[in-house]
Design a binder for this molecule. Structure first.
Ligand code: SF4
Length: 69
């Protein structure tokens, strides 16, 4: 499963980091790092993170293959 985070939307709320710390990581102010290729066992957490993101910056799976990469 692949994800893309729209970093122009991301406001660094860190909801995703809280829900899926193995995939998302915040470095300093608004510096979000993430793993574009999500490990199998993290899929559910990442979906929860995408749903919890206040600005819907996280695009998951199908949405990604339709767009870039
Ligand atoms: S939850 Fe959304 S806004 Fe917050 S750090 Fe993650 S991607 Fe950015």
């Amino acid at each position: 499963m692949r994800i893309v985070v729209d970093l122009t939307r991301c406001q660094g709320y860190a909801q995703c980091v809280f829900l899926a710390p193995k995939v998302f990581e915040l470095h300093g102010e608004e510096g979000l790092l993430y793993a574009p290729a999500v490990p199998e066992d993290q899929g559910e957490r990442v979906r929860q993170a995408a749903a919890a993101c206040p600005v819907q910056a996280i695009l998951v799976g199908e949405e990604v293959s339709a767009g870039a990469r």
